[in-house]
Design a protein around this ligand. Structure first.
Ligand code: GAL
Length: 860
């Protein structure tokens, strides 16, 4: 009896203990999903990195993300911004992480905080502060005491900040998930046991911080419990977590890809992205984060790589400027709605998979309580398929999935895009630069007191500590008057070996040539003639970093700068190796030390006023002018056509690096179907400058007298610089809109989830066609109520077709900005084929009622 009472007490206290745990810890997980306040959830999330836009843009970006059907925002935390020198923290302005998270909270969204603190992200040094490299005895991302100490200290700092502000979900805040490290497995494979020890330490360290929300590690299959391993990639349906009791989470669904200077623009068709997401969900995945949802801008010198462009647009659903990118944004929004209609079935049942053909499958989620959702897939990249499922026929375009939230009616197909493509234009503004002042950067003088002189060649980062992109290497060469080349009108040559990333060579103060590495091949050799005279010749090499590496094992140990040898060839005594002789070094440019980019630069600076020199293609020149802000609130950009390479500032804020380098790539087509890889398809802009426009945040401008400063390395024509505004329209003159609605397939707006979790269609299905504001329907290219096939742009009549289809659509729609047609036999006079499920497919033309409409931050 006593024993029984004791065991009852034990049970009771266990129950109490467990329920206490539950109330304290509001985010948990099981094999199906993250569980927030007791409920499993399917969550869509999007990466928006706070320093890649301005606080003035955050609210609108977050709202657009919410309107696009996202439940959560994801960001990395950028250590090098927050701790520029050991123990000095900065969380102001664009770096105000807490403010960003509170805006997410205010919008009613969740947050995934990827602390890292290694972040990769095409960000300078992968987010590590450069001073970290110089901590004695340090070795990054391995079982190394100084590194682990520093990493723990920063992680602790961020976690404590979040706790103090009550931002974890366990405290009533929005953070439901945190990440430690980032894609460690590829590095771990290279470094072996020390890597494994470090990774398990990192997991334990993070869990020990007691945030009350789960931690994840992406791309790290060995991660110990309770940390969840997650997938990153273009497709993640192959992925399963390392334990059967963990949910399947996709932390980076790549919505596009980044750009590097000299490379093309990569785009990922939304049909393929939606297909990838639907594949993941049908496999049982329950969390998808788009990387990126808004890519934004690498302002200042934050771009990594090296060679990552200032634009980090990423072909994301919200473009670099904060405008909605169509059809990506709305097609994904429809996908999110369609998946949410299936949520209850997806989260309760496991899929039953049946084959519907050689490439076709049905994934059916059917619950005991009567919920049923089906995903019908066609993996054939070439042909569409007509499949029969539950005695009904469905047309599946190539490489697509149809979603049936009630196992009967298709509400969405990943390849049927019903949204128009937005057309982007960069339009001129009324800004004119009246005159440009110039300042010639001096080709470093050896006698300057800030120079260091040593024998031999030094690593660039060792000297600059990344305080500047620039390092001067300077030496002198004596040429005897008897050298034969002086008398034969010939030139010796020079070879210079650099570890990266770019270099300009000056002989006796004159630009003699330049050389550049690439992202894949940082090291390069410069070879060129040199114009040497008898006597002393000054050889000045300006070595330039173009963003520090952000990935690969021990990227911190890679060298930068002129590593040598530096050799002169063609002298009477053969080669002369200059590598070991005396070199003097100077960090940065004179203009940088005088803060020329800033409105508070030293007043003593000798700018040459309104000079004609501005039109001469002079290397190493600073230019300044001022301008009044253009009217309106459209996003703005600098058009840097005509310039070479350098950096640009507005009112002292760095817009970033510019480089007018032409894109090399294979711009040979972009079919949405078939496996997407940025290196094999969907490249754009070959033969054009990789980046022509540089985002100017509106909030950085005053109404009048804005200071624009440009530093040009090679030579450019400032008279060709302009300020343009970004306008987004649906094809300015005409555009095509399509709709496909089944008799039993109301548009997705007409569905709702009932209180018991079942999804049901409301009312009769309708087709709705919308033209953008300022446009109206001018023609019906195709209309068929019956069994038409094909997709937008290539619809075809089927065996069943109501002859009145075209006339009905014309009557209802021509001249209207939008029109609705009820899908029923009576709308089309009579039933064209009884007992057959019919649909209406329409392709219409929208034409402008006036010309281009500039879009600002308003929602589309
Ligand atoms: C991933 C990495 C991200 C980003 C992405 C490419 O591997 O985790 O930080 O670099 O690649 O954009």
């Amino acid at each position: 009896m006593e024993a029984n009472t004791a065991s009852n007490w034990f049970l009771l206290s266990m129950v109490l203990f467990l329920s206490l745990q539950l109330t304290q810890c509001s985010v948990t997980y099981d094999r199906k999903a993250l569980i927030i306040n007791g409920q499993r959830r399917i969550l869509f999330s999007g990466s928006i990195h706070y320093p890649r836009s301005t606080p003035q843009m955050w609210e609108s970006l977050i709202q657009k993300a919410k309107d696009g059907g996202l439940d959560a925002i994801d960001t990395y935390v950028f250590w090098n911004l927050h701790e520029p020198s050991p123990g000095n923290y900065n969380f102001k302005g664009r770096y105000d992480l807490v403010r960003f998270i509170k805006m997410v909270q205010k919008a009613g969204l969740y947050m995934h905080l990827r602390i890292g603190p290694y972040v990769c992200a095409e960000w300078n040094f992968g987010g590590f502060p450069v001073w970290l490299k110089y901590v004695p005895g340090i070795s990054f991302r391995t079982d190394n005491k100084p590194f682990k100490l520093a990493m723990q200290k920063f992680t602790q700092k961020i976690v404590q900040m979040m706790k103090d502000e009550k931002l974890f979900e366990s405290q009533g805040g929005p953070i439901i998930l945190s990440q430690i490290e980032n894609e460690f497995q590829p590095v771990s494979k290279v470094i072996g046991t020390a890597g494994h020890a470090y990774m398990t330490w990192a997991a334990k360290m993070a869990v020990g911080m007691g945030t009350g929300v789960p931690w994840v590690m992406c791309k790290e299959d060995d991660v110990p419990d309770p940390v969840i391993n997650t997938c990153n990639g273009f497709y993640c349906d192959y992925f399963s977590p390392n334990k059967p009791y963990k949910p399947t989470l996709w932390t980076e669904a790549w919505s596009g890809w980044f750009t590097e200077f000299g490379g093309p623009i990569h785009q990922r068709p939304v049909q393929d992205l939606a297909f990838a997401v639907a594949r993941f969900i049908q496999k049982g995945g329950s969390f998808v984060n788009y990387y990126m949802y808004h890519g934004g801008t690498n302002f200042g010198r934050t771009a990594g790589g090296p060679f990552i462009t200032t634009s980090y647009d990423y072909d994301a659903p919200i473009d670099e400027y904060g405008l909605i990118r169509q059809p990506k944004y709305s097609h994904l929004k429809e996908l999110h709605k369609a998946v949410k209609l299936c949520e209850r079935a997806l989260l309760t049942a496991d899929p039953t998979i049946t084959s519907l053909g050689s490439y076709e499958k049905a994934h059916v989620f059917s619950t005991k309580s009567g919920h049923c959702a089906a995903f019908l897939s066609n993996y054939n990249p070439k042909s569409s398929a007509r499949v029969t499922f539950n005695n009904k026929h469905y047309n599946l375009p190539p490489w697509s999935i149809s979603i049936l939230p009630d196992c009967k009616n298709e509400v969405f197909n990943t390849a049927k895009v019903r949204v128009q493509t937005s057309q982007v234009k960069m339009l001129p503004t009324n800004v004119r630069f009246l005159s440009w002042d110039t300042f010639n950067e001096e080709i470093s003088s050896a006698n300057d007191d800030s120079t260091i002189t040593v024998f031999g060649l030094l690593d660039q980062l060792n000297l600059t500590r990344d305080a500047s992109d620039y390092l001067w290497y300077k030496t002198s060469v004596d040429i005897s008057p008897s050298e034969s080349f002086l008398h034969q009108g010939q030139h010796p040559t020079i070879t210079v070996q650099s570890a990266g990333h770019a270099m300009h060579l000056f002989i006796n103060g004159r630009l003699s040539g330049s050389a550049f590495g690439t992202r894949k091949k940082l090291r390069f050799t410069y070879t060129g003639n040199v114009d040497l005279k008898a006597g002393a010749n000054i050889i000045s090499l300006l070595s330039i970093a173009v963003g520090l590496p952000n990935n690969g094992p021990h990227f911190e140990t890679r060298s930068t700068g002129i590593i040598g040898p530096v050799v002169i060839h063609g002298l009477d005594h053969g080669e002369r190796d200059l590598s070991r002789q005396k070199w003097s070094y100077k960090v940065g440019l004179r203009g940088e030390s005088m803060k020329l980019g800033s409105p508070n630069s030293f007043s003593s600076v000798g700018w040459m006023q309104g000079s004609l020199m501005a039109h001469k293609q002079q290397p190493l020149t600073w230019y300044k002018t001022s301008f009044d802000a253009p009217e309106g609130d459209e996003p703005l950009a600098l058009d840097m056509t005509g310039m070479g390479k350098g950096q640009v500032w507005i009112n002292g804020k760095s817009i970033g690096r510019f480089w007018n380098v032409y894109a090399n790539g294979n711009c040979n087509g972009c079919s949405y179907s078939g496996t997407f890889r940025p290196i094999i398809k969907c490249q754009f802009g070959c033969g054009h400058p990789t980046q022509q426009w540089y985002h100017i945040p509106r909030s950085w401008l005053k109404q009048t007298k804005n200071l624009l400063v440009v530093f040009e390395e090679i030579g450019g024509d400032v008279s060709r610089i302009g300020i343009v505004k970004r306008s987004v329209t649906s094809n300015s003159e005409t555009s095509i809109v399509c709709a496909e609605v089944s008799e039993y397939h109301p548009s997705i707006e007409n569905w709702r989830v009932e209180s018991d979790g079942k999804s049901e269609a409301l009312d009769m299905p309708e087709t709705s066609l919308h033209c953008a504001p300022g446009q109206s329907i001018s023609a019906i290219n195709f209309a068929s109520f019956g069994t038409p096939s094909g997709t937008c742009g290539s619809f075809q009549h089927g065996t069943c077709h109501a002859p009145s289809s075209h006339a009905v659509l014309e009557k209802e729609c021509i001249g209207q900005q939008e029109c609705l047609v009820t899908i029923s036999n009576s709308s089309f006079g009579a039933d064209p084929c009884p007992n057959v499920t019919k649909k209406l497919s329409v392709e219409a033309v929208c034409a402008s009622t006036n010309t281009t409409i500039a879009r600002t931050n308003s929602r589309l």
